[in-house]
Design a protein around this ligand. Sequence first.
Ligand code: T3D
Length: 261
Amino acid sequence: MSSILVSLQGGILGITLNRPDKLNAFNPEMHQRLKAALERARDEPEVRVVLLTGAGRAFCAGQDLAERDVSAGAAPIDLSVTIGSYYNPLVRRMRELPKPIVCAVNGIAAGAGANIALACDLVLAARSASFLQAFSRIGLLPDSGGTWFLPRLAGSARAMGLALLADKLPAEDAEHWGLIWKAVDDARLMDEAQAIARILADGPTKAYGLIKKALHASAGNSLDAQLDLERDLQREAGLSEDYREGVAAFMQKRKPVFKGK
Ligand code: T3D
């Protein structure tokens, strides 16, 4: 059984984390397969949007802790190796993907699993799902971008509480705190995520990539720098076929047919 399931239908690349008996915890093989799937999303023009979810009752429980030998006498573990080789490149790959990533959080998202969900562009979560910065429970600090995402999305007081106390944050609170787009009824999760992915798959893909770029850059930019960036990116957007189609469709009072070009 593959640790990552991938399907392409109507421009939507579905990626399912698939180690349900381990709550979809990451091992090196799963990292490699997820990397390959995201590279496919980047390289194939047929892919217009990614829809990420987990198999079974969890979204992802972060690092597979069974892979770590912490027995007495075992050699010290240098965690910077896996962070540097797997988790950081993964988060960068997701943020740099010039296509939207929709995340359907189907159950608990813990440790790196929580922060990988937050690295996605539009996050929906089942009402029964929760987000857990599990790191301090095992003597670690949030990684996979957690210390960057949390204060920016929820504010520093809430970020500190989540990181220090490592309490489960239910999906509805995650929505109200601004961590995610929406909490939805469990039975509706995949239909709603598919519907959003469908809209995005039919949309102006280039503009979506530029929107990601601009919004991600804004956290580190002054207003002046951001205005310059918007000017430069808008130039790029204006040169796309989809821009011409969008304006033509508006003028002709019809629905645009975007091709992602
Ligand atoms: O090491 C590095 O490379 C550094 C990178 C770190 C990144 C990280 O993600 S560190 C944080 C790692 N994750 C955690 O600390 C979360 C650990 N899991 C939990 O706290 C709980 O499992 C949950 C709160 C997520 C869910 O609790 P519950 O009660 O619903 O389920 P459970 O009974 O604890 O887990 C079910 C099974 O999944 C169980 O296996 P078993 O007993 O049925 O054979 C459990 O051991 C397994 N499981 C859950 N999480 C992990 C895991 N196995 C390995 N690694 C896990 N992370």
